[in-house]
Design a protein around this ligand. Structure first.
Ligand code: ATP
Ligand code: AMO
Length: 432
């Protein structure tokens, strides 16, 4: 439709063809209005019944809501119109009629329940609020890619069908691969590490991860998007700097380029974090959680942080922060320990009451790596495709992964992570 004008671009004095959805019809008797909506906004089309052709009036005022229409006519200034202009139609065509009895009405002021919205995502994303989230998500990913380029990273894509898991705690989805057992990848962890040993040195990937999480919670998905970074010749401190840069860049880009979407979502004064993200040690974190008195049982050294603990600490610290120096035994085999062996270089970033990022410096020494497998009860032979490359010059390196949906969720204060993904995969939901 080369001759189509988007509603926001329709200027008084022009004759235009607009195309979009029949958002609303208001019939006031002698005069009726059809509100046409497209991605740029809405425009009023005016039907003066006595002064216009009957067929034209009938097509324009009896069309069912959410049908796709094309209207050609003159744009005129009109103070009483919602946008200050209206179209006086010469012709109206219904390009795709919508059946009455919509499963979800985008023009309803009252929100439908989340499952209904997810079942009818196409209609749901005709609503400004839902659409705004995904426009912001796209901006976040664009800004992340740009930040990675500033850091000198090369974008890679790695296999999602794999032979082994990496993230001990979470479950794998098994699949059959030409008669052999295979899995959906939980993380590009091992592949991105293999690439820092290649000539690329510094890489990033934005792609899907699959986890058969046993919990059904507002912050877990079974298919999520991981924003991964890995670089040769940096340590965990420099990795945290890079992570902070990417997260801050995403906030800054949204603050700068998503003003109308933020307004749609009811934000006033959205600001990118200005201060450096504090770095707390794990020991300080558990002491502070215990001091809040929010937990029934005091945390002990070696405990993972429970959800309520993360919440209590988030309220106490406020804003993004890192937790560093975790006990080695609760971090994965690929994380490098500090010299004493008790503490690891692994870190998490909290935002502020939910984990947003995990990362660390990696164990690049072949023999230590293989020992680590054995200590975690993993069979090093199954990982030979990975460990053998550590025999041929694997540089010291570090990296991390941000959960993209958690970034969107925490940035926009969404109550449920499913709001941040078009077609969520959870225990109940496999389609659409
Ligand atoms: P990771 O990304 O490493 O998985 P995470 O923040 O997703 O980190 P997990 O360890 O995967 O955390 O999730 C388990 C956590 O979720 C536990 O701390 C547990 O207390 C909490 N949890 C599990 N089920 C529920 C639930 N139904 N309601 C609230 N919290 C839950
Ligand atoms: P981790 O398992 O902590 O670390 O995952 C990194 C980040 O991904 C997000 N995330 C999820 N988001 C939604 N639903 C899920 N089920 C889910 N699981 C994870 C979180 C989390 O912080 N290989 C390491 C990263 C690294 O060290 O580079 C890893 O996967 O935001």
């Amino acid at each position: 439709m080369n001759d189509r004008t988007e509603t926001a671009a329709a200027e008084p004095g022009e004759t235009v063809t607009i195309a979009g959805w029949a958002h609303e019809i208001r019939d006031l008797g002698g005069i009726a209005f059809l509100i046409v909506r497209d991605r740029t906004g809405k425009i009023q089309v005016k039907f003066e019944k006595d002064a216009m052709d009957d067929d034209l009036v009938e097509t324009g005022t009896e069309v069912s809501r959410e049908s796709v229409v094309s209207v050609t006519g003159a744009v005129e200034e009109e103070e009483r119109a919602p946008t200050g202009v209206e179209v006086v139609p010469e012709s109206v065509e219904v390009l795709a009629p919508a059946e009455p009895g919509l499963p979800l009405d985008p023009s309803e002021k009252v929100d439908a329940e989340l499952p209904t919205r997810l079942d009818n995502r196409t209609l749901d994303l005709r609503r400004d609020e839902a659409k705004a989230i995904f426009e912001i998500r796209a901006e976040i990913l664009r800004a992340a890619r740009e930040a990675f380029r500033e850091l000198g990273g090369t974008e890679i894509t790695t296999p999602k069908i794999v032979a082994t898991g990496t993230e001990g705690g979470t479950e794998l989805f098994p699949i059959t691969y030409f008669g052999r057992e295979a899995f959906m990848n939980q993380s590009p962890q091992l592949f991105k590490q293999l690439m820092v040993g290649s000539g690329l040195e510094r890489v990033f990937e934005i792609g899907p991860i699959f986890r058969a999480e046993e919990h059904n919670t507002p912050r877990h998905l079974n298919e999520a998007t991981s924003i991964d970074f890995e670089s040769a010749f940096i340590d965990h401190e420099e990795a945290m700097d890079a992570c902070e840069h990417v997260v801050r860049s995403a906030y800054e880009a949204v603050a700068e380029n998503c003003e109308s979407q933020l307004e749609t979502l009811g934000y006033e004064g959205f600001e990118a974090p200005e201060e450096a993200f504090p770095r707390l040690t794990y020991e300080e974190a558990i002491e502070r959680i215990n001091a809040t008195g929010e937990l029934d049982e005091q945390l002990e050294w070696g405990d993972d942080l429970p959800t309520e603990g993360e919440r209590a600490l988030g309220a106490d610290v406020d804003g993004h922060y890192f937790i560093t120096d975790w006990p080695s035994e609760i971090k994965p085999f690929y994380i490098m320990d500090h010299d004493d062996g008790e503490l690891s270089t692994g870190f998490d970033m909290m935002a502020p009451s939910m984990e947003l990022v995990s990362g660390g410096q990696r164990e690049h020494r072949h023999d230590h790596l293989v020992e680590g497998f054995e200590q975690q009860g993993l069979d090093p032979e199954a990982f030979e495709y990975y460990t053998k490359m550590f025999k041929y010059g694997m540089p010291p390196h570090a990296g991390w992964a941000i959960g993209a949906e958690r970034l969107v969720m925490t940035m926009l204060d969404l109550p449920n992570i499913r709001e941040a993904v078009l077609f969520p995969r959870d225990r109940q939901r496999l389609s659409p």
